[in-house]
Design a protein around this ligand. Sequence first.
Ligand SMILES: [Mg+2]
Length: 281
Amino acid sequence: MVRAKKKNQFASIRHIALDMDGTIYKDGIPFSFTKEFLINLQNMGINYTFLTNNNSKTVSEYLGIIQALGLDVTVDNIFTSSQATLRYIQNTYPESNKLFILGTDGMKQEFRNVGYSIVSENPQQEPELVIVGFDTGLTFESLTIGAYWIKQGKPFIATHPDFSCPTDQPRVLVDCGAVCAALEKATGVAPEAIPGKPNPIMLEGIIEKFSLQAHELAVVGDRLNTDIAMTQNSDIVGILVLTGVTAEEDLRNSPFTPDVVVPSIEQLGVLLQRSRQLKVE
Ligand SMILES: [Mg+2]
């Protein structure tokens, strides 16, 4: 299914933002066609970025995971909600440097790497901003100090809205959105910004980093309310794959409409190749 409006845009795609779970792999195992799809993209001169809200791991950790799958990528190919949040705070609070972060050590290190100082959980150290990510080491102590600073009026930023993170283990991985809901209940203050998916800020970073025009970018993912939602009311091409959480019948009641629906990235590769052959003819 290809919506007419953006059908002819396929030939101009220069970059693809790829969701990870449900799009290039499932339960950590890549699809049999994933590697070939990425090689085909390279052969067609199409660059790609892996896009994920899960910032419990760093870009370098993701790099290790993806390389272990036998895929050829560099740090430039990975963009998480932490990068989107960095971009947000650099633009919105250029003078601020001291951050209170509810997040993993790896997440804190990513902010340190670009010059931020991370204040400890000692209430004597006053932060300028409070940032909440997916903190898999969350403690009651850190939660209460974070809530204190929010109550004191420090800008409160959530990296992404997910309430839980998928797992096949017998537990619910309480994610950033759920922790922020607890903080909001306790303080009466909601996050002022949530730069991760489905916020288009996530894509603005990629457009800027790779000097793209909106119509040269496509987003490929398995979720209508995050991956596809980012592309609505824009020139960015939204491509839904059916290898993850969404089935074709879910489209009927969805407020988010993809421009293209393909069974998997394997068929997307064929469509892209065809668009380039047509262009040559
Ligand atoms: Mg997904």
